[in-house]
Design a protein around this ligand. Structure first.
Ligand code: NAI
Length: 360
């Protein structure tokens, strides 16, 4: 019998409104009856801090958590979790875990690679449109009973003819570029230490730029699509933001901590950035006074932030719920025949899905 700890947000009445909302404590990714029929114990909680969570963690052999309501599994917590063998991320991005410590302790870490990449790509493209077209203040106007076209038109542009760049051209970054092509941008650029093949570049219609600073100096719109790890933590700081074209838009659906919170606020205020949008924050949930909730450019616009939701559409929830079940099945059957692309760390080493150039 295996003890499995599942950490999800609670959805309350929303779980009753929509049974396809799998990723909440009420619906439990649809795995309870399946696990119980096999004699395993599932403990579900929305607590991710405090003594109650810590004691549940210390008793669990498997922990499942999501990037949307992440249980931060620090070194200190992992060291105390003596029975822990497997951590599963229901979604993509396992930066809420101390991966080096997981390696040291031979705890496996897997995620459901690919499960929500289309959902995020769609959201990133939408965020670009929302920012560039200046949608949010325009919509606020009509809701408030106002009508002032000039006030919103003065900060509204077209995507057509712009240079658009992605930092990271993996599953999400490449999908974003593919979706942007029909908008007739001036150019689609990317920076990634793993170049695409010439055929793939041709198919997408994009060009690689060898240095990040050079890329940022050319782009009107930048989208961040790398994992969060040592080399990307705080990457977009005051210095790097100053290398961007003045008045560019920045979209970040990767991880909040890739950008330095106060430097983004300052760049927006000074006009270095015209807009910033995305769905990722640090920490999560974002505190009520997180400056990204209310930051604006000089026109009181340029903010397209939402809660961490891009990768958790109902379609994505079905896919990552299925993926979690497959990973559990593989572990519980003793076959350990995981999909290689899901493995972040296993048996004390980094797996197929490398987190950055150092982990290859
Ligand atoms: P992926 O592994 O397919 O692609 C990541 C790409 O980033 C790879 O091509 C890699 O070579 C590149 N990369 C790594 N370090 C880099 C660096 N320092 N500079 C430039 N490129 C670098 O991952 P995928 O599926 O595209 O996801 C990317 C990230 O997006 C995830 O790690 C996660 O943090 C985030 N994400 C966010 C979601 C949301 O709901 N907001 C949902 C899913 C993923």
């Amino acid at each position: 019998m295996v003890k499995i700890l599942l950490v999800l947000y609670s959805a309350g009445s929303h779980a009753i409104d929509e049974p396809k909302l799998h990723g909440c404590t009420e619906n439990e990714l649809g795995i309870r009856s399946w696990l119980e029929s096999k004699g395993h114990t599932l403990i579900t909680t929305d607590k991710k801090d405090g003594p109650e969570f810590e004691s549940l963690l210390e008793d669990a052999e498997i922990v499942i958590t999501t990037p949307f309501h992440p249980a931060y599994l620090t070194r200190e917590r992992l060291l105390k979790a003596k029975k822990l063998k497997l951590c599963v991320t229901a979604g993509v991005g396992s930066d809420h875990l101390d991966l080096d410590t997981a390696n040291e302790l031979k705890i496996a870490v897997l995620e459901v690679t690919g499960s929500n990449v289309t959902s995020v790509a769609e959201h990133a493209v939408m965020t670009m449109l929302v920012l560039v077209r200046n949608f949010v203040p325009a919509h606020d106007q009509v809701r408030n009973g106002e009508w002032d076209v000039a006030a919103v038109a003065k900060d509204s542009y077209d995507i057509e003819g712009k240079v658009i760049a992605t930092v990271g051209v993996g599953r999400i970054g490449s999908r974003i570029l593919e979706r942007l092509k029909p908008f007739n941008p001036k150019e689609l650029l990317y920076y990634d230490y793993q170049p695409l093949s010439a055929d793939r570049e041709k198919e997408i219609g994009c060009r690689r730029v060898e240095s990040l600073e050079e890329l940022l100096g050319q782009a009107d719109i930048v989208t961040i699509n790398t994992p969060l790890y040592e080399s990307t933590k705080g990457l977009f700081n005051k210095n790097l933001l100053s290398k961007m074209k003045r008045g560019a838009w920045l979209v970040n659906t990767a991880r909040g901590a890739i950008c330095v919170q106060e430097d983004v606020v300052e760049a927006l205020k000074s006009g270095q950035l015209r807009g910033y949008g995305g769905d990722v924050w640090f920490p999560q949930p974002a505190p009520a006074n997180h400056p990204w909730r209310t930051m604006t450019n000089k026109y009181g616009a340029g903010n397209a932030m939402v809660p961490h939701m891009s990768g958790t559409s109902l379609d994505a929830q079905q896919r990552y719920a299925n993926g979690v079940k497959n990973i559990l099945e593989s572990y519980l059957s003793g076959k350990f025949d995981y999909r290689p692309q899901d493995i972040i760390v296993i048996d004390g080493h980094y797996g197929t899905k490398a987190y950055g150039e150092n982990k290859k």
